[in-house]
Design a protein around this ligand. Structure first.
Ligand SMILES: NC(=O)c1ccc[n+]([C@@H]2O[C@H](COP(=O)([O-])OP(=O)(O)OC[C@H]3O[C@@H](n4cnc5c(N)ncnc54)[C@H](O)[C@@H]3O)[C@@H](O)[C@H]2O)c1
Ligand SMILES: O=c1ccn([C@@H]2O[C@H](COP(=O)(O)OP(=O)(O)O[C@H]3OC[C@@H](O)[C@H](O)[C@H]3O)[C@@H](O)[C@H]2O)c(=O)[nH]1
Length: 389
């Protein structure tokens, strides 16, 4: 499990063990990245987060073979003077901390903007001032809507990839009006990307920016009323998992016609490890990380998840597995949506030789097996409890 022997980078050079300051290590992506680093490399992790439930298995018991390579620091980066010291102790900082659930963007726009821009500023500043490398997590949402979405619906140009495939260096960032507060997140992420890029250009900051395209897998978000608030609205994987576990129809926002490409978290983490260990190839770049072959409409995702869940749980699917709901009813005023998200893979292929491997069916099968094993019993008990009058 632990790394033995000399490990080589993509150019055949030995990889030196490093210390990584991972901010947001207790989240969905952070938990998978911690596992990867601890199980397959000799690197050390300073894990910073407000929560650690998703990495408890890595922190306890302290007799684990990797125990001396991970240290958890319960820190809110909004206001903690220890942040600079921890960044100074590390060779590389990875910033994952963010509010990143769409239900928050239009209902808590101030928290969203502070979290994704203001709170990330000191991290960038400390890395730049102390000559430390930074890998910053942005989002595919910075692309916003596709150019093609503004063409007439019957225009043949809508079939032309140059109107919808999203490229790091050539695609524009197209957001809705200010009253569409959905875009508060994308806009804050875009500005922090521009700031990091400028720190690179003017002050020599060594940086890599990651734009994840809907990474999904075990430990993503929470199941409302089980390990998160009953009224909370997580991202689509957890919303649909919750519906399936409770045998409720899956809610299709505005008919579920938006399209997404989903990539398995374990494939995506391989790309991040390549960035960590190949700094010369990754520095100064922005990388799309997604799976262009796994494109579906949200309605197709709902249908596939219903079929896969029936297979892994042994329960028959509902007679009417989906129901339409308006975005205003589901997310509230100010919601808007990205129409389509296909990542151009040219840059990550050229720099790191990375390609995703897992099909949508296979990644849903392993993820929903996990959801069923982890939550089915707890949901059954929660449903059977009498409701307080
Ligand atoms: N999962 C995806 O598909 C996806 C897609 C696009 C972008 N991203 C980006 O990747 C990053 C990680 O996403 P995730 O899916 O793991 O989300 P997540 O919510 O599971 O993880 C974020 C973690 O950051 C922590 N955090 C937030 N604010 C903090 C603060 N002030 N101080 C300390 N810790 C704080 C949270 O407690 C959480 O554990 C985010 O920046 C997100 O915008 C993710
Ligand atoms: O129950 C649901 C939940 C969601 N949806 C729809 O499913 C689609 C995907 O929703 P998600 O919750 O995964 O969020 P989005 O893909 O829109 O944004 C995400 O993209 C990348 C990251 O930056 C963030 O994690 C998040 O902003 C949206 O069209 C949404 O309206 C439903 O139809 N029903």
């Amino acid at each position: 499990m632990a790394a033995t022997g000399v490990r080589l980078d993509l150019d055949g050079r030995p990889i030196k063990p490093m210390t990584i300051c991972m901010i947001g290590a207790g989240g969905f992506i952070g938990s998978h990245l911690c596992e990867k680093v601890l199980f397959e490399t000799p690197h050390k992790i300073l894990a910073l987060d407000v929560y650690n439930d998703k990495i408890k298995h890595l922190l306890e018991p302290e007799t684990q073979t990797w125990a001396d390579r991970i240290q958890f620091h319960r820190i809110n980066i909004k206001h903690d003077s220890r942040l600079e010291g921890l960044i100074k102790m590390a060779d590389l900082t990875i910033n994952l901390a963010a509010i990143c659930t769409p239900a928050d963007y239009n209902t808590r726009p101030l928290d969203t903007i502070y979290s994704n821009f203001i709170d990330a500023l000191p991290v960038v500043k400390y890395c730049s001032e102390n000559n430390k490398r930074l890998i910053h997590f942005s989002t595919c949402e910075v692309y916003g809507k596709t150019i093609g979405s503004f063409l007439p619906t019957d225009s043949p140009l809508r079939q032309d990839p140059s109107y919808y495939v999203l490229n790091e260096n050539t695609s524009p960032c197209i957001f809705g009006s200010i009253e569409k507060q959905r875009w508060s997140y994308a806009c804050a992420k875009q500005l922090i990307e521009r700031l990091i890029y400028a720190e690179g250009a003017e002050n020599g900051l060594e940086f890599t920016i990651v734009r994840p395209f809907n990474w999904i897998g075990p430990r993503m978000d929470f199941i409302p009323g089980i390990d998160g608030p009953s009224e909370g609205v997580p991202r689509v994987l957890a919303c649909f998992s919750n519906n399936l576990l409770r045998r409720q129809p899956l809610k299709l926002v505005d008919g579920g016609q938006s399209q997404r490409t989903f990539v398995y978290i374990k494939d995506a983490i391989e790309a991040v490890l390549l960035m960590i260990e190949n700094s010369a190839r990754a520095n100064g770049h922005i990388f799309n990380v997604g799976n262009p072959h796994n494109e579906v409409t949200v309605q197709q995702l709902a249908e596939m998840m219903t079929e896969v869940y029936s297979k892994v749980s042994g329960e028959p699917p509902l007679e009417s597995p989906t129901i339409d709901v308006s975005s205003k009813e589901f997310y509230g005023e100010g919601y808007d949506d990205s129409d389509k998200r296909i990542p151009d893979m040219t840059i990550i292929n050229r720099q790191l030789g990375w390609n995703p491997k897992t099909s949508l069916w296979d990644l849903l099968e392993s993820t929903l097996t996990y959801q069923h094993r982890t939550y089915a019993e707890a949901v059954k008990q929660a449903i059977s409890k009498p409701v307080a009058s």
